[in-house]
Design a protein around this ligand. Structure first.
Ligand code: CMC
Length: 392
């Protein structure tokens, strides 16, 4: 049966070669196709970053216009999908709805599920990037009992999402430029992060030749957990539970207690052991958004800042190299924009779809690609004699 390395959590296993994203966790560096996340977040919009991840280069102005045309062409979803939403309970978690609806896309778009055809693969990539905001916003509208809003193709990617979330047939949603910019920046900060759990899930699902819609649905499922994308929702719940800055110390103590499973949500990262560069940009954006909205004494921000300060000075967190991660401040921004907590992870999913599908594309085009098939250390019973029912 051959030898293999036992590596639970894959802490030292490289599963693929990739040219999409580079992370130096000790130095706090994140590059997409060689470009620093700081530059992309400050100077690009999300569609440019999507183009970069998918195609490998930043677009020229005409290329960007062409790409936007292609994406906006695909923003609507099949009309029959309305009925699919109707099958869910109104109080379903929007991530549950996303898992189902995205998986179901392969039942609607038969002309982009043949992964041996490069044209079909490209259409699937465009469809997924284009439709995800519509699918996510509709999950919210469904939970509210409001009519679905169709995409507006004259808006930017982020503006269009906010429009589908907050406009109604009776009233336009006036998108504030600062909020649209903040939303766009959050999408950029979540766009890709090399071989994290959900991306590895997409690759593993895709390695068997499964269609891209099914693979992205698998990624959404993996992202949902609180150790991964579900952390942004968990952070807001935690800050709300802490309730006031003077209770922060108690929660830090709880997080340090070996006998208490409680962890500070939004802290720690498998790869970043210095700081998460995305968290820095997120914190700055958070202050910008609250300033713009004239929110001066947001209690959750006060709690978050105190928590960050105390944790950063605490021996336990210093020794274990635990720093705020991308999810720590994003929830406060989402909340200020008016996005309900249950939608936070959906937003992560919609942004990460670009990374997932870029990595899926890379994998399919990789001549070294093989089906993903880890081994195991068997620790069950050795061979034993079968017992008939009356002897058990
Ligand atoms: N609060 C308190 N202690 C922690 C935390 C935390 N947030 N994170 C890790 N530790 C401790 C942990 O108890 C362990 O201690 P010991 O060595 O004494 O057993 C040590 O630090 C190492 O933790 P680990 O679980 O072995 O590390 P990991 O690389 O497997 O986990 C993580 C990384 C992100 C899952 C973890 O830090 C965590 O659960 N954080 C909270 C959830 C969170 O914020 N997730 C978002 C991650 S970033 C964006 C994303 O992927 O979505």
């Amino acid at each position: 049966t051959g030898m293999f390395t036992y590596d639970p959590g894959y802490t030292s296993t490289g599963s693929c070669s990739s040219a999409v994203t580079y992370i130096d966790g000790d130095a706090g560096i994140l590059l997409h196709r060689g470009y620093a996340i700081e530059d992309l977040a400050m100077h690009c919009d999300f569609t440019e970053v999507a183009y970069l991840l998918l195609r490998g280069e930043l677009p020229t102005a005409p290329k960007k216009t062409e790409f936007e045309k292609i994406i906006t062409y695909h923003t609507m979803v099949h009309e029959q999908l309305h009925k699919f939403y109707d099958g869910f309970r109104r109080d379903a978690h929007p991530m549950a709805v996303m898992c189902g609806v995205v998986g179901a896309l392969s039942a609607f778009y038969h002309d982009s599920i043949d992964i041996t055809d490069p044209i079909q693969r490209m259409i699937a990539q465009h469809r997924l990037v284009a439709k995800m905001p519509t699918i996510a916003a509709w999950a919210y509208k469904y939970s509210q009992g409001q009519p679905f809003m169709y995409p507006r193709n004259n808006l930017t990617y982020a503006e269009n999402f906010l429009h589908m979330m907050f406009a109604t047939p009776c009233e336009e949603y006036k998108v504030s430029p600062v909020l649209a910019r903040a939303m766009d920046r959050i999408l950029i900060l979540h766009a890709d992060h090399e071989q994290n759990a959900s991306t590895s899930t997409v690759r593993l699902a895709g390695s068997s030749g499964a269609n891209p819609f099914a693979c992205i649905a698998a990624g959404i499922a993996s992202l949902w957990g609180p150790a991964h994308g579900g952390a942004n929702e968990a952070v807001l719940k935690m800050l709300t539970e802490i309730g006031s800055p003077d209770r922060v110390d108690d929660f830090v103590k709880k997080a340090k207690d070996k006998n208490d499973p409680f962890r500070l949500m939004g802290f720690g990262h498998r790869v970043y052991k210095n700081y998460d560069p995305r968290a820095k940009i997120m914190a700055a954006t958070c202050h910008e958004v609250l300033d713009e909205l004239g929110i001066v004494d947001e209690p959750l921000l006060e709690i978050a800042m105190r928590l960050e300060k105390i944790a950063l000075e605490d021996e336990y967190f210093i020794e274990k190299k635990l720093y705020p991660n991308v999810d720590f401040y994003s929830g406060i921004i989402f909340r200020a924009i008016g996005i309900p907590t249950s939608m936070f992870t959906c937003l992560f999913a919609l942004a990460r779809t670009v990374g997932w599908i870029s990595q899926w594309k890379e994998m399919i085009e990789d001549p070294d690609q093989k089906i993903g098939r880890p081994r195991q250390l068997y620790n069950g019973a050795t061979k034993r004699d079968f017992l008939p029912m009356d002897k058990r």
